[in-house]
Design a protein around this ligand. Structure first.
Ligand code: THU
Length: 136
């Protein structure tokens, strides 16, 4: 992916708003729809640990609630030494809206790694053509 600086900056900005007092691992995500809009999310943890939300799914929820369902790119920012890919649950969540998603992740030092969602999740779960995803 040609790492779009604006999208990475949006992810870095979202990371600053992360609520991660338990893991102290802050994550920001910026999801760009095919019409160019950018939706951000950060991880939101909870005292009941499994209730916590990943940055990527917060961004996805924000996007869908705003009427966007077709996505081109996702940027992720964390303070990790090595850029982190989205977790398995987030891969499945993103797959609902199409596999043609370019993902770029940036580390504390600005190192970038990119993947296609298709590479990260070669077989995703679908429920017998009932999902509307990007087409609905
Ligand atoms: N986290 C994300 O926000 N995105 C990922 O893809 C992996 C993990 C968050 C969840 C939790 O708040 C913290 O990072 C540590 O796992």
């Amino acid at each position: 992916m040609t790492a779009d600086g604006g999208l990475l900056d949006a992810a870095r900005g979202a990371k600053e708003r992360a609520y991660a007092p338990y893991s102290e691992f802050r994550v920001g995500a910026a999801l760009q729809s095919t019409d160019g809009r950018i939706f951000t999310g950060c991880n939101v943890e909870n005292a009941s640990y499994p209730v916590g939300l990943c940055a990527e799914r917060v961004a996805l929820g924000t996007a869908v609630a705003s009427g966007a369902r077709r996505f081109a790119r996702l940027a992720i920012a964390s303070d990790a030494e090595t850029p982190t890919p989205p977790c398995g649950m987030c891969r499945q969540a993103l797959s609902e809206f199409g596999m043609a998603l370019e993902i770029v992740s940036t580390s504390r030092e600005g190192l970038c790694v990119s993947w296609g969602l298709e590479d990260l999740l070669p077989a995703h779960f679908e429920l017998e053509d009932r999902g509307e995803g990007a087409d609905g």
